[in-house]
Design a protein around this ligand. Structure first.
Ligand code: DOR
Ligand code: ZN
Length: 350
């Protein structure tokens, strides 16, 4: 990493948690990611989810068809775990390098998760096979019990689901995806190296107040929902210190505006277009630019036991604020781009 007050050159980043959808939306949103990321873990919660190795193979070829040959971007697929998942299928997909990991959605936890897991012990045999084979389990860690407060669902998930699961499978590599709470940070810090977490730019930068600022703000609604300031501070603390077990997963989750601004609006924040500009500014604001690269480019690769990217990304700071467009136009309609509510002076140098 090269560092001067107005320029920083880092190893090219990766996005360890990304939704690109399918069809026209995928075509429209993919360039926003490969502009700055070299690899991305692609989420499997399509309308018809990626549940088998065959689904993954077909999704991978649709993704590749959207990426020009000259673009150096590696999509790494995940399989959507259901109570019907076959261990043999998943192990084969991993060995043949079709999938990189497996995603656990508790049924009903978020967008397109109705096919997810209702009874966690039903998938224990699958977890045994994954543990044996070294296949990472990526977890949307929220319970769905309607009697558990929506702001407590992540913490309750740790106690009720994750702790017992890790007693059973201590060797299983687990990423707690898009963590939002101090409880998650503390839990991860106290555990062994098999456990890590992704953190999104929006959970790092905003607390839950922004959802209700002067009215209801659907473009700040995501799951897990933004939390209290004390939780945000816990995330900021580990990330700005460059702690090895925490890395960037944007959870960039595009929905066309009509689907967000509805009587029952979708959860998801589309942040991939300016992820790096926003993060550089965030680290700069915390006098922690020396740890930007750990978070965006090194820690995740280490956890997944992958080489660092050879390519570099250069960011420069100008005297003038950069202008970020409000929406990305697509053939299906506009998608509002994440507004971090702060002034940005950093930009990617082309
Ligand atoms: O806000 C979210 N949106 N959280 C998720 O877990 C899923 C995502 C989506 O797919 O829209
Ligand atoms: Zn997600």
């Amino acid at each position: 990493m090269k560092n001067s007050p107005n320029q920083i050159v880092i190893t090219k980043p990766d996005d360890w948690h990304l939704h690109i959808r399918d069809g026209e939306i995928m075509k429209a949103v993919l360039p926003a990611s490969y502009r700055w990321a070299r690899r991305a873990i692609i989420m499997p919660n399509l309308l018809s989810p990626v549940v088998t190795c065959e689904d993954a193979r077909s999704y991978l070829s649709r993704i590749k068809a959207c990426i020009e040959k000259t673009v150096d971007f590696e999509p790494m697929l995940t399989l959507y775990l259901t109570e019907e998942t076959k261990a043999e299928d998943l192990v084969l997909g991993f060995r043949e390098k079709i999938i990189k990991a497996v995603k656990l959605y508790p049924a009903g936890a978020t967008t397109n998760s109705h096919n997810g897991v209702k009874n966690i012990t039903k998938i224990y045999p699958i977890l045994a096979a994954m543990s044996e084979e070294g296949i990472p389990l990526l977890i949307h860690g929220e319970v769905t019990d309607p009697y558990v407060d929506v702001f407590d669902r992540e913490a309750v998930f740790i106690d009720k689901i994750l702790v017992p699961m890790r007693v059973e499978y201590p060797e299983l590599n687990i990423v707690m995806e898009h963590i939002t709470t101090k409880q998650s940070v503390d839990y991860i810090l106290g555990e062994n190296s098999n456990l890590a977490a992704t953190i999104t730019p929006h959970h790092l930068i905003l607390n839950r107040n922004v959802i209700f600022e002067g009215g209801i703000r659907p473009h700040y609604y995501c799951l897990p929902v933004l939390k209290r300031e004390i939780h945000r501070q816990a995330l900021v603390d580990v990330v700005t210190k460059g702690h090895k077990k925490f890395f960037l997963g944007t959870d960039s989750a595009p929905h066309i505006d009509d689907a967000k601004i509805d009587k029952c609006g979708c959860a998801g924040i589309f942040n991939s277009p300016f992820t790096m500009e926003i993060l550089a500014q965030f680290f700069d604001n915390h006098n922690a630019l020396e740890n930007l690269e750990n978070f965006t480019s090194l820690n995740g690769a280490e956890f997944y036991k992958l080489p660092y990217n050879k390519e570099k990304l250069s960011l420069i700071k100008s005297d003038e604020m950069i202008h970020m467009p409000e929406v990305l136009e697509t053939k299906k309609g506009p998608i509002t781009i994440f507004n971090p509510n702060m002034q940005i002076f950093w930009q990617i140098e082309n």
